[in-house]
Design a protein around this ligand. Structure first.
Ligand code: SF4
Length: 220
């Protein structure tokens, strides 16, 4: 996310705590700078978050899971019913398929970090609304700053479109190395495992994407 867009998001949130404050022009001593949240502070903020309406319908927030030193960051759309109940992303059948996809390229679930664009479940699994994404994305961005992954894998159209700020269909976003944020993290797009459960014929394409991601990671 570029600087201007980040500023736009932060302004929308009324959030300046994550950005060092400017010193006053002259005179008085500079205000104390609030530190950017570390993992635990960020987790606590998310757990208590009421910035969008999803706080009223969630069972709990779903912060993310995995190795905080991971080179791979997997990003999905939003928690579903099982994730909302358990507080962990990608559990249930879709989670098992994601684990199998990762294993196929030699990665254990525990060795990557897994998160979603939204930390709370949209009711009835509807698509995230634009304002919900705007409110929530700074949390993921801070996670990315803390994690400093070598590669990101966006799984599913919703995650890919929101991370890349595009309306392009998923088919057009595959087979390319995108880059995310100021850190220009290489980002590869593939299918969501829940989609692959419904459309197993596309598993072969997902396999191609994963091989491609592995190549890009190896290059880095
Ligand atoms: S979805 Fe994100 S912004 Fe909305 S209440 Fe949950 S944590 Fe806060």
């Amino acid at each position: 996310m570029n600087r201007a867009r980040r500023a736009e998001y932060l302004a929308a949130l009324g959030l300046d705590a994550w950005v060092p404050r400017r010193a006053p022009a002259s005179g008085s001593s500079p205000p104390a700078q609030e530190p950017e949240p570390d993992w635990e502070a960020l987790r606590a903020r998310v757990a208590a978050c009421t910035r969008c309406g999803l706080s009223g319908t969630r069972t709990q927030t779903v912060f993310g899971v995995g190795d905080r030193h991971a080179e791979w960051l997997i990003v999905g759309e939003a928690p579903g019913a099982e994730e909302d109940a358990r507080g962990e992303p990608f559990v249930g059948r879709a989670g098992q398929l994601l684990n199998a996809m990762l294993r196929a390229i030699g990665l254990r679930r525990e060795a990557v970090y897994i998160a979603n664009v939204l930390k709370c479940r949209p009711p009835a699994n509807r698509d995230p609304a634009a304002d919900e994404v705007a409110q929530c994305l700074p949390y993921l961005e801070r996670q990315i700053e803390l994690l400093r992954p070598k590669i990101m894998l966006a799984v599913g159209r919703i995650a890919a479109q929101n991370l890349l700020r595009t309306q392009a269909p998923l088919a057009r976003l595959r087979h390319q190395v995108h880059s995310f944020g100021a850190g220009r993290v290489p980002l590869i797009v593939t299918y969501h495992p829940a989609y692959l459960l419904r459309t197993p014929a596309d598993k072969r394409k997902a396999w191609e994407d994963l091989q491609f991601a592995r190549e890009v990671h190896a290059r880095g």
